[in-house]
Design a protein around this ligand. Sequence first.
Ligand SMILES: [Zn+2]
Length: 443
Amino acid sequence: MIKIKTFGGYNKIGKNMTAIYVDDDIVITDMGADVEKLVDFEGDRNYLSLNDTPSLIKNGVIPDDIDFFEKEGKKVKAIVLTHGHLDHVWAVPFLAEKYKCPIIATPYTIKVIENQVLNMRLKHLQLVKLNTGTKYRVSDGIEIELVNITHSIPNSALTAIHTKYGVIMYANDWKLDNNPTLGRKPDYERMEQLKAEGIHTLIVDSTNADQDGYTFSESIVRTMLEDVIKKTLDNKTIFITTFSSHIARIKNIIEISKKLNRHVMVFGRSMDTYIRSAIDTKIIERGLVPNVATRKEQINELLKYVKDRPGKYVVICTGHQGERGAFLDKLTTGQYAYKLSSEDAVIFSSRTIPTPINISNRNMLQKALESSGVNIADNVHVSGHGSKNDLKILLNLLKPKHYIPSHGGLNKLSAGIEVSKELGYELGKNAHLLMDEQEIELA
Ligand SMILES: [Zn+2]
């Protein structure tokens, strides 16, 4: 018997968590946060502890597994995490320990969690590093395998759960980047082999299932970035803001800047966390990135150099969503000893995630930047999620018996269903539309 039970990631983007029943055993895939609600909840708090778990659940920040744990907790044999984004792993310290089972992920994803739990006194988290291409047995009837995939954070993986009914694949999140600038391209060969073994069910990220065409490669952004940096006049200081976990992007910005004879500085707490994890897991070389400055005095000290030598620096920083407390927010609200002017350029290597709060924050940031006279370049970015045509390729590659779109609201999931219809799937027969907190048994 295969049964899928959804917790989060099916009503809106974020808070991913799904339970997969294989007879009497259960594997949980992902344990993420609703990032929008998390930002709201955190407010000005510096630190969250395990005591916050009930209110995190009550406020919808993390999945509600209370009844499930009481009823089925003992059946859970493993928790598998696909990648280190907050909407896939952030809830682990709050929910995972009580299941007393291995928590399996690639080395970078494990490192991200280790950094998150550093001060949380979690003694019984059984973190298991599993490299892609290897298997890990979690019960008599279940083996877990991670398959290399591209996304927008290092070491992302598809989860393949080997069972006597076939392979259950959980593909959340992914893009098909055949020219990645960091790491390997998707493991198509292994996917072909898994198809030959027989894929019983595919649960798949449909965040961009409503976008026509293909999602472009990260190598395209590298070219775009080089072009924009070159076009910025030699006497201007460049501030580039991007996702802190997008290590490939950060690496590219550093390499391009050095090639164009600019020094690099990196500012911001989250930059520090993700970059340190990447150095510790040897994803990037220690010598590539300068020390990340996180404290105000430290940043002010470095900004003096930037001010004295216009045109000589590229500053990589946080704040692309206009979020409060990030570097760009503090810079534009006068919290650092540096005043932006027409002598500076700001490049957004990002896109605004369209939630009401982000849109309003980003608008405020835009106005502040415009009034200071800086040169602005926006959306120097491509998505980390596969589009409609990519989804068709993946479905054809894996040919699952059952197909379940995930990671989006009803619109995205419906778009995922439409794509599958073109390939012969039928809603209710072998294509299934699930929302949060639903379950389905699949023959
Ligand atoms: Zn992701």
